[in-house]
Design a protein around this ligand. Sequence first.
Ligand code: NAP
Length: 339
Amino acid sequence: MTIAQQQIQLARRPQGVPVHEDFRFETISIPEPKQGEVLVKTLYVSVDPYMRGRMQDTKSYVEPFALDEALSGGVIAEVMSDGDKLKQGEIVIGNLNWQEYSAVSESAVRKIDTSLAPASAYLGILGMTGLTAYFGLLDIGRPKEGETVVVSGAAGAVGSAVGQIAKIKGAHVVGIAGSDDKIDYLKNELQFDEAINYKTADDIQKALADACPNGVDVYFDNVGGPISDAVMNLLNEFARIPVCGAISSYNAENEADDMGPRVQSKLIKTKALMQGFIVSDYSDRFPEGAKQLAEWLRDGKLHYEETVTEGFENIPDAFLGLFKGENKGKQLIKVSDPS
Ligand SMILES: NC(=O)c1ccc[n+]([C@@H]2O[C@H](COP(=O)([O-])OP(=O)(O)OC[C@H]3O[C@@H](n4cnc5c(N)ncnc54)[C@H](OP(=O)(O)O)[C@@H]3O)[C@@H](O)[C@H]2O)c1
């Protein structure tokens, strides 16, 4: 086995939309596992919009990435050395550095069951993004049969799961996404009732009103910005708005660039509930969510899509692609095959 490997570091904090120069490829040695550690080989890396927030040095629910140190995130890896509990060849998931091999504490990774679903699914539908959809929609959105659920970022990892779960619950589901291919996917593969291309709609407000003749009972917000402003005009009494993400503003250079209509009077008039959440709020209930998602998957009620970019060197590009809408479903990078 070679002794050198590549690691991707944060070279500088992005100004606005991140660029290649914000990332640095560093050659480092493959670490020797110490007592209680195993050597793992990276198979799949997940890139996620929240990582953009971690590239800034601002207070948030997760620590910022440190300058000149490795970026990190959800990784599926193969165990390459025997530990006390883990054995060579087993497939694990963990929050690991963006590098080809890592020496990790056995307790920092979790073995996954690849008989249930392919390993990559644990970074998406059976992992963080699937659980985000499940808890955000069902705990905060609480859709009832016959209600109208609107989801933005609808063809992405979280949004595509939200819409399908809302369909399982008997809702009228409207998705908003940014290409005709995604609209076709939502309507014809995932059976959303309506889907709107926000990039080509002449009048998004009218398109939404047409798609939601009975108003909006649940708005699962992944994007914020003008799309959400339009949905907020259609809220029904006692609507619920799980605020999951605001990707339209993640690259804003200052908060003043992201001003919109005020929401207070809309919330007062409709008595709607708008609530932000972080998936980790539900960590105690992850087993419940993962079990239900796996059952729906097994029963063919839930489908998932992955956009898989090949090659470790393409991790930054795959990350940047999230902000250009290049992914359908979960964006992953395949770094290597299992041995
Ligand atoms: N609260 C939590 O715990 C939690 C957990 C996971 C994710 N999230 C958030 O949930 C959202 C979706 O995450 P994901 O992992 O499923 O990502 P994703 O939807 O798979 O990928 C991002 C998508 O966002 C859309 N987008 C990019 N820029 C946009 C803009 N300016 N306006 C509107 N849409 C834009 C693009 O699709 P189009 O082609 O449609 O533009 C892109 O494909 C993100 O905001 C993320 O931060 C929150």
